[in-house]
Design a protein around this ligand. Sequence first.
Ligand SMILES: CC(C)(COP(=O)(O)OP(=O)(O)OC[C@H]1O[C@@H](n2cnc3c(N)ncnc32)[C@H](O)[C@@H]1OP(=O)(O)O)[C@@H](O)C(=O)NCCC(=O)NCCS
Length: 194
Amino acid sequence: MIEIAATIPENQRQRAGEIYYEAFRRKLQPLVGKPAETQQTLAMGFNLDMAIGALADGELRGLAGLHSAAGIFSRVRMSDCWKQLGPLRGLYAWAVLNLFGAGAKCPPGHLRIAAIAVDEKARGQGLGSRLLETVFDKARREGFKAVRLEVVDTNPRAKKLYENLGFGVVETHAYPITSGWLGFSKEYVMVKTL
Ligand SMILES: CC(C)(COP(=O)(O)OP(=O)(O)OC[C@H]1O[C@@H](n2cnc3c(N)ncnc32)[C@H](O)[C@@H]1OP(=O)(O)O)[C@@H](O)C(=O)NCCC(=O)NCCS
């Protein structure tokens, strides 16, 4: 039985790091390696109050990390990256996680989904849709006029899911030089008006 929680409990911080890492492994693993240390670094930077969690028997199975004027779900510190991963890998991980993620815009009146990820074993069972619907409800309750997120061109299934739930592309950013090492060359900004 899945319970959707308004925040992620502190005792699930590590699990949140694992789920987030697994979902974004392709962007991180080739140049950073060190999965356990990267998960730890990610987990240390999470603001768990800025997330919605899907839990089964108290264990985290999925999360939606949020960004608004109130704060951001994931802000990885350079010092933690350096300590856990060393200078070069640490700098790369910090750049990937902060420049693409935390660097994204969140205009007034918009609630941004900074990250959405479901445990690999639990995908395709409706958890992602339930997390998104819960974000829409929260956004409406709190007076936001739109929800936004970004998705890369090599994730067409996720893009289709967002389109089915009412998101449309409002901007496209090209990253031609990253396709070889990050695995994508375009990022779509998608918005759902509430
Ligand atoms: C995208 C994601 C959050 C969706 O969560 P989910 O629980 O699998 O979603 P749901 O079960 O509610 O909906 C499934 C739909 O999502 C799509 N989907 C996208 N990626 C999928 C995946 N890896 N496995 C299964 N379904 C996926 C499917 O097209 C499916 O649509 P369908 O039911 O019409 O076939 C989840 O698949 C995931 O964590 N993927 C890896 C991380 C990621 O890509 N995050 C999004 C970055 S923008």
